[in-house]
Unconditional design. Structure first.
Length: 225
């Protein structure tokens, strides 16, 4: 029996798959769900399945030799994980952690199906490598930010990205430090300065962007330089 193919249309690059390949992809994959906090993959594990997220988000981070966690990127609904793709293509083990930040539902494509479709289908192959190249570009931008961008600008930008519709960021100083690959003390000092300027208010595990315009001006000014 052919499995439900409707999820395929949620991924722009897969909509053009011919009927026979769509059916094969549906038959050779399954949909799985995991709760928030689940470790999806870990360093040293074999990459045996490509994951395409339908709902939720997965945070990918790497731990340094000193134990500091460095945020790399998030995988959102409608996206695949570039690290998983790279490991599957190179037959290498994972070198970072993947953590479900929310409840996650994903399509699981086993290696056998992945290898077969990459070899047989031009459309599937383009989908895989387009997503891969886009994320690699994002990672180069991350490296550029870490090397050349001032911490206050990076923090302002991340607060704007993480804020919900009411302008609230639900995050601890430690979480923000991991996001930006720096020490908690640096985040605390920078947030204190933002508070002094009237841009934020803080409470336990929460940052309110009460002066969002100031943060936006800082980010724009840095981008114009």
């Amino acid at each position: 029996m052919v499995k439900d193919e409707s999820w395929i249309d949620r991924f722009e690059g897969l909509k053009r798959l011919p009927a026979d390949i769509r059916a094969e992809l549906a038959r050779g994959s399954q949909i799985a769900s995991v709760p928030a906090g689940t470790q999806v993959f870990a360093p040293g594990q074999s990459a045996d399945n490509l994951l395409l997220l339908l709902d939720g988000s997965v945070r990918v981070q790497q731990r340094s030799e000193t134990g500091r966690e460095v945020f790399l990127y998030r995988v959102h609904a409608g996206e695949s994980c570039v690290l998983t793709t790279a490991c599957m293509l190179a037959f290498e083990e994972y070198s970072a952690d993947g953590i479900a930040e929310t409840d996650v539902t994903a399509v699981v494509i086993p290696r056998a199906t992945f290898d077969n479709l990459v070899a047989r289908s031009k459309v599937f192959r383009e989908f895989v490598f387009t997503a891969y190249s886009r994320r690699i570009t994002d990672l180069f931008t991350l490296v550029d930010d870490i090397v050349f961008q001032k911490m206050d600008v990076r923090l302002a930008s991340r607060l704007l990205d993480l804020a919900d519709d009411t302008g609230v960021v639900h995050a601890t100083h430690s979480f923000l430090a991991t996001e930006l690959g720096t020490a908690r003390e640096v985040i605390s000092r920078t947030l204190a300065e933002f508070h002094r300027r009237g841009w934020i208010e803080q409470s336990r595990g929460r940052v309110d962007l009460v002066g969002r315009a100031g943060l936006e001006r800082m980010v724009r000014s840095a981008g114009a330089q």
